[in-house]
Design a protein around this ligand. Structure first.
Ligand code: UP5
Ligand code: MG
Length: 207
């Protein structure tokens, strides 16, 4: 099972995914985190390219990101193969894919080559609130894109390039939209209810 977790920069994708991991036995894969790790990896041929794209708020070419996601998914299966995680038997597993796909080409390619998503959690939040959160985080995050100039570029890319992906899945009836403006705990309660409902639908399909 794959759930895409989408939303603007700073919407709370990473924060909410972190709680869902233990509650639903998901493996959480943040495309941004995987790219940042690859950027830092000694000997990576993509380091400089990733650094430039992230600072400019642009979407890294999909081949790089999909490969990183595929590798991380394989590693998760390998790691859990002999464990007692109930949702992870017989080649089944649960992934929260955070911050991906953020461009139509990535969405189509991943759906076709790796696995189509069961549904999409979309965190909606006004830019003013996102800017406030990211500038606050930028005081300590060390992220090269948590500065006002990069944040503005990330917003532009999100509206122009990533919202069409959300709209594509919305047209297919696969988007669960969550208001991400309230405090973390409030959003979390709503997300849990949405997950429980989505799991009930998934289960009914397999009965
Ligand atoms: N916070 C969270 N929820 C809150 C709430 N409800 N109320 C108040 N504060 C809240 O949260 C951000 C901050 O807000 C934190 O300080 C948190 O405490 C607080 P977080 O959970 O980190 O939000 P998130 O949505 O994960 O924000 P993030 O900055 O990670 O989102 P982006 O989508 O911008 O970043 P990502 O890491 O996914 O991508 C970075 C870059 O990588 C992209 O711009 C792009 O260049 C590249 N990329 C690709 O090229 N391809 C990909 O497929 C993915 C990324
Ligand atoms: Mg994040």
């Amino acid at each position: 099972m794959v759930v895409y977790v989408l939303g603007g920069p700073g919407a709370g994708k990473g924060t909410q995914c972190a709680s869902l991991v233990s509650e639903y036995d998901f493996v959480h894969l943040s495309a941004g985190d995987l790219l940042r790790a690859e950027q830092k990896r000694e000997g990576s041929q993509y380091g400089a390219l990733i650094a430039e794209y992230i600072r400019e708020g642009q979407v890294v070419p999909m081949e790089v990101t999909i490969k990183l996601l595929e590798n991380a998914m394989k590693a998760a299966f390998e790691e859990r193969k002999n464990s007692d995680h109930s949702g992870w038997t017989n080649g089944k597993g649960r992934f929260l894919i955070d911050g991906f796909p953020r461009k139509m080409d990535q969405a189509l390619k991943f759906d076709e080559d790796v696995c189509p998503a069961s549904f999409v959690l979309f965190f909606n939040c006004p830019e003013q609130e996102l800017l406030k959160r990211l500038l606050e985080r930028g005081k300590t995050s060390g992220r090269t894109d948590d500065n006002e100039e990069s944040i503005k570029k990330r917003f532009k890319t999100f509206i122009e390039t990533s919202m069409p992906v959300v709209d594509h899945y919305r047209a297919e009836g696969r988007v669960v939209e969550i208001d991400a403006t309230p405090p973390v705990e409030t959003v979390h309660t709503v997300v849990r209810a949405a997950m429980d409902a989505a799991f009930a639908v998934e289960k009914s399909k397999t009965l």
